[in-house]
Design a protein around this ligand. Structure first.
Ligand SMILES: C[S@@+](CC[C@H](N)C(=O)[O-])C[C@H]1O[C@@H](n2cnc3c(N)ncnc32)[C@H](O)[C@@H]1O
Length: 393
């Protein structure tokens, strides 16, 4: 049974959602579930936060948050079908949480009442195109969210941040709000249904904190991004946030491309950088596929090129790399090269560092707990040196 609309503008219609939730009784989670998001949510939503969930749908997120202690939750949705179902599902077990049919474009709450407004996929449903009418609805939605939030309150917006959404969001919230941006890593093992809606784009969480408006002063800009290792970095302008989101999107699309095997392609190169030496990539991964008929040894392996040999024909040219992959007899060989200026320790340390990133490059159907064969030339990590230095004229 297809629940997808004929046109994306239907995502804005009450009639579409009423029909969707009449057919669909099991929870349909857009953009991840509680376990994917809780490490971010609990940083920003306090146990005592008076929280409004806009467009709650039949997601389990509010229920899981309630069970984790955040009990002051008001859920609204335009579909009366879903609020009735959700109310019935929760009224005994989670008595403090309410479900109300309400259009978030015309909310009936007083000003400045909520400490948190949570939106998972609802902005994306409304902002399905860039027509004037749609843009006006989005403006209205954001104005309503601003109105009902207390100063210091947070709008937590979970979105795919497609280009038009990212642009408007940064334009609207870059002054008068603190903007912090996270990327969510969804558990690949159980993402089939999420994939249905999330496609190849990663899920982005914007934490938008409402600041006091001081008419005499120009609004301050505070823009931050949170890196995968948890480091929070300040961006000078919205361009920094855009770069962070776009890089996450490109990386995610590339990994999605690598889910299928491409023996016809030349090696796909992916560079990994480290903060310690910001000017030179730490590793280059080159993904080389060969037809399954030639993969006598298995489906997937890593080949670590000793430092100083990365420029040799076999490790640098497309035909050399194809030959190496065919000789190795793996369906996919990920060839890893190192770069001058970095310290690597021994081969064991390199294996440890590269394994996680290489596992993200598994093709579909390869079990994620595969024991990774790691191949090399037997020379260890090797040592790089500069042979010729060319001075710019
Ligand atoms: C993409 S779904 C997301 C559902 C839920 N948040 C989740 O994560 O699974 C969008 C939800 O927004 C609701 N919705 C759409 N327009 C709305 C509006 N104007 N006011 C309130 N809810 C709306 C829909 O009924 C639907 O439940």
């Amino acid at each position: 049974m297809s629940l997808l609309p004929v046109s994306h503008t239907q995502f804005q219609l009450k009639s579409y959602w009423d029909q969707f939730f009449s057919k669909r009784s099991t929870p349909f989670e857009w953009y991840g579930q509680y376990t994917d998001l809780c490490h971010i949510l609990h940083k920003y939503v306090k146990i005592t936060s008076k929280t409004l969930v806009v467009g709650c749908g039949n997601s389990k997120l509010s229920e899981d948050m309630y069970d984790a202690g955040i009990t002051d939750i008001t859920n609204i949705d335009i579909s009366e079908v879903v609020v009735k179902k959700m109310g019935a599902r929760n009224f005994e077990k989670r008595a403090k949480m309410s479900f109300t049919q309400m259009d978030m474009l015309t909310m009936t709450f007083d000003d400045c009442v909520f400490e948190c407004v949570l939106d998972k996929g609802t902005l994306d449903a409304i902002y399905s195109n860039t027509d004037d009418e749609t843009v006006a609805k989005v403006r209205c939605m954001w104005e309503e969210i601003r109105r009902v939030l207390k100063t210091g309150g947070r709008y937590v917006c979970i979105t795919l941040a497609q280009q038009h959404i990212l642009n408007s969001l940064l334009e609207t919230f870059s002054s008068g709000w603190l903007v912090r941006t996270h990327k969510v890593t969804l558990d690949d093992g159980k993402r089939d249904e999420k994939r249905e809606v999330a496609g190849t784009l990663p899920v982005i969480v914007f934490i938008l904190t409402k600041m006091a408006s001081l008419p005499a002063k120009p609004a301050m800009k505070v823009l931050e991004v949170v890196r995968e290792d948890g480091r929070c970095e300040r961006c000078e302008d919205t361009e920094g946030v855009r770069r962070f989101v776009n890089a996450a999107q490109q990386h995610s699309m590339l990994l999605h491309h690598l889910k299928s095997v491409h023996p016809e392609e030349t090696g796909i190169r992916v560079q990994y950088w480290s903060e310690k030496v910001p000017d030179v990539p730490r590793y280059t991964f080159i993904v080389v596929d060969v037809p399954k008929s030639k993969a006598k040894n298995g489906l997937f392996a890593i080949f670590i090129v000793p430092q100083g040999r990365e420029g040799e024909w076999i490790f640098s040219s497309d035909s050399g790399l194809k030959g190496l992959a065919e000789q190795s007899c793996y369906h996919r060989l990920v060839v890893v090269t190192m770069h001058l200026g970095h310290q690597y320790g021994d081969l064991h340390q390199v294996k440890h560092e590269v394994t996680g990133s290489a596992l993200a490059m598994l093709q579909s159907g390869v079990p994620s707990n595969i024991k990774l064969p790691i191949l090399s030339t037997g020379e260890g990590v090797g040592e790089g040196c500069v042979c010729v230095r060319v001075c710019p004229q």
